[in-house]
Every structure is written in C-alpha cells, then in structure tokens.
Design a protein around this ligand. Structure first.
Ligand code: HEM
Length: 409
C-alpha cells in the first residue's frame, strides 16, 4: 500500500493512483485533516459517481465525526454567505442558479473576450522576454487568469492588483477559510458586495461586464439575490483562478519534459494548425490536469460505488487524475500524446457540475501556450525537476514555481 499525501506523493501521485486503481479502486483513507473519505480512482466508477444524484454537494450531508470537527477544510461547512455557491448546492437550487449564470456567462461573451486575453498575454510576456529567464508561475501563469477574470467580471483596473494580492493569499495558505485565507475571503466578499451595489446603481448606463449581466439575468421572473450574486462571483474567481494557473503551469511543464511533443506543438503552430493546439490542450488536461480530485461529495443514502458499500453521510472524493490515467479507458495512459484522438477525459468534471468556465479556460490556455511558444520557441527548464515544489492542496495539483530560460527577445 503506497503512502498517500507525502511529499513524494505530491510531486508524482500517479504510481500511487495506479496501485489504488488496481488493488483498492474505492478506497477509504484518512486525509491529512483527519477526515475519513472514499477515494474513487477507476474511470468508469469516477464518471458514474460524478453524475450520481445520490451524492450531494451540500456539506450539510457530511456525517462528520466529532473528533474532526473544524479541521476538515471543507469550504462549505462554514455558514458564510459566500459558500452557498454552485459547487456546494444540489438541484433544484443548483439548476436555477446555473441557468441564471449561463444567461450572462455565455460562449459569446467568452469569444468576444479573446482580444483582451491576447493583450494581457502579450503584456505579461513583454515584461520578461528580454531577460532570457522567468518563473513561469509567478511571472505568467499566476497573473494572467486573475486579470482576465477581473476584466470579465468588470472589476475596475485600478482595483485589480488588490484582487491579485487577495487571490494570492488564498492559494498561498491553502486549506479551509482560516488565517490568511479567512482574511482574504473577507476582503473579497466586502469588495464584491460593494461592487455589485455600484453596478446595480449604474445598470442603465449599458455596462456590458459579467456582473452587470448577472444582475440583469432573470429566469421566470427570478433574479439572483445580492448574496447569490456575490457567491457566484466568488465561485467564478475560486474555480477559475488556481485551475487556470495550473493548466498553464502543468501544461507547459509537461511539454518541457516531453521535448518530442514540445516540437510537434511548435511545428504545428508554425504551420498555423489551430486544430492541433486544441487537441493538444485536451491531452495536457488529461495527462496532468489542474484538478486532481473533484470537489467534495457526500452520500445522502447508503449506496455502492464499484461494488463497495458507502454509508450515508460518508464523503466521496473522485480522483480525476487517477481516472484520466486508467488503462481500461486510455491506451498507454502514462504517455503524453498530443495527437490523441478520442479523449473523453474528466479534467473538467462530468454531469451537472461540469465546469462552467471550460470555454474561458480553453481560451486562456490556448492563447497562453500559443503565444509563449511562438515568441520563445527555445523555452527550456532552468531547474532540476527534482527541485521543483508542488503546491500541497487536496483538490488542486500545480507547481509553486517553474524556472525557465530562453533566448532573449
Ligand atoms: C466546475 C475544472 C477553469 C468555473 C469545475 C469542475 C471541474 C473544473 C473538474 C467540476 C468539479 C466537481 O464536479 O466537483 C476546471 C479546470 C479548469 C477550470 C481544469 C482549467 C483551467 C474554470 C474557469 C472558470 C471555472 C476559468 C470560470 C471563470 C467553474 C464553475 C464550476 C466549475 C463555476 C462549478 C459548476 C457547477 O457546480 O455547476 N471546473 N475548471 N472553471 N468550474 Fe471549472
């Protein structure tokens, strides 16, 4: 039985997941927080569990043993208003809120945002291109999504650096909303509530940002309450920020570790083959995606997953990273093959909680990688892979830093 949640595991969890898939595909474990939860590692079980409505997203269904109270780090367990968001609720509330947000956060809005993402990407690369070296997490993957989401929401430019700092506090500390995280969440909430007030007051001035769109969105005469709007903005930030950092970070790292694939991608970009880039991005998500474990689910009744009995109230964690390397679903799953044809990976989840931001994530990652490789084609790793540090968090998988070198522009 391999050890889970150690330092070695954080740098490369895939051998441990292969063992679990083979020998204990639905495995009860004690998490670092002391909470016991089931890990689901096979593709078929994972996909089924993600769509199983008997598994609730509402943490009130957690039958938390008293010894673990207060140390679970399960965000929604706090009653804080911001926590009643899409990832913590079930139908019918989920259906209503998702329908409302989908009216404002449309694929068209994302497509129209493409030039701004390109501009942000170019600006960030401009800042380090002449130096010949950079930390791609700190200098690039970290700021890009935060400025992008701020712009999309309609956070004024002069406030965006505050937002960047608060978001940084949230991911530096990790875990539940305590300490630095609690302070950051409080600041973000206060800011968002105030901004929503201001946007509401100025609504007839024709503003076209996402917050104004959310305020306008209505469904059968229903609107988002102010709390719901604040929680919605918060989940967009929470779900769209560290994920995108890691998609750019893990994706670039995977390419740097697989030079033949790196060359295939740069060649295809030079030929203007955009379709190849899209296929490649899906493979990067499958191979080492940002979301290692899907967010928490809780059994609302006794049930079975992969033949294993799960008791009412038990937490279930679907291990997307393990499912995406299941040899029962993917040929040569441990090989990065950017031209992999059918690629039904679970990197964006599955079922009613399927990633709402997938079009934006794809736009950002596509723009980031294409621009980076076109401008710095001899990009290479400037550190021993063994010295790289992975951010230790339960749900996300990503690097703390990614030192690279290249011929200065
Ligand atoms: C949900 C992955 C980017 C917004 C999810 C889920 C996954 C995921 C796996 C489902 C979680 C679960 O079922 O427990 C990713 C990945 C991204 C990304 C890999 C890569 C960059 C974004 C972005 C946004 C976003 C950019 C928005 C700005 C959301 C929201 C949900 C969600 C709101 C909850 C949807 C619901 O519960 O109905 N994402 N995400 N994500 N994502 Fe993403």
């Amino acid at each position: 039985m391999p050890e889970l949640f150690t330092w070695e595991f954080a740098s490369d969890p895939y051998p441990a997941y292969a063992w679990l898939r083979e020998h204990a595909p639905v495995h009860r474990t004690t998490l670092p927080s002391g909470v016991e939860a089931w890990l689901v590692t096979r593709y078929a079980d994972a996909r089924q569990a993600l769509a199983d409505q008997r598994l609730s997203k509402n943490p009130e269904h957690h039958d938390e043993p008293s010894h673990a109270k207060g140390k679970t780090g399960i965000p929604g367990e706090r009653k804080a208003e911001l926590m009643t968001h899409l990832l913590n609720i079930d139908p019918p509330d989920h259906t209503r809120l998702r329908r409302l947000v989908s009216k404002a956060f449309t694929p068209r809005r994302v497509a129209e945002f493409a030039p701004r993402v390109q501009e942000l990407t170019d600006d960030l690369i401009d800042r380090f291109a002449a130096k010949g070296e950079a930390d791609l997490i700190h200098d690039f993957a970290f700021p890009l999504p935060i400025y992008a989401i701020c712009d999309l929401l309609g956070v004024p430019r002069e406030d965006q650096d505050d937002f960047r700092d608060w978001a940084g506090m949230m991911i530096r500390h990790g875990g539940g909303p305590r300490g630095g995280v609690a302070r950051a969440v409080k600041k973000i909430r206060a800011y968002l509530v105030d901004l929503i007030h201001r946007k509401r007051a100025a609504l007839d001035e024709g503003a076209d940002d996402l917050i104004s769109g959310l305020i306008r969105a209505s469904d059968h005469g229903e609107h988002l309450t102010e709390n719901e709007a604040a929680a919605m903005c918060f989940v967009l930030l929470l779900a769209g920020f560290e994920t995108t950092i890691n998609l750019i970070g893990n994706g670039t790292y995977s390419l740097l570790r697989n030079p033949d694939q790196f060359d295939r991608l740069t060649d295809s970009l030079a030929r203007g083959d955009d379709a190849f880039l899209d296929t490649a991005l899906e493979e990067l998500l499958r191979y080492d995606g940002p979301v290692e474990l899907a967010t928490w689910r809780f059994a609302t009744q006794p049930l079975q997953i992969g033949g294993q009995d799960i008791a009412k109230g038990d937490p279930v964690l679907v291990v997307l990273a393990a499912a995406n390397r299941d040899p029962a679903r993917f040929d040569d799953p441990d090989v990065l093959d950017l031209s992999r044809g059918t690629n039904p990976h679970l990197g964006y989840g599955h079922g009613i909680h399927y990633c709402l931001g997938a079009p934006l994530a794809r736009l950002e990652a596509r723009t980031a990688l294409a621009t980076l490789l076109a401008r710095l084609p001899d990009l290479h790793l400037a550190a021993d892979p063994a010295d790289l540090r992975w951010r230790g968090g339960l749900i996300m998988r990503g690097l703390r830093n990614l030192p690279v070198a290249f011929t200065p522009e």
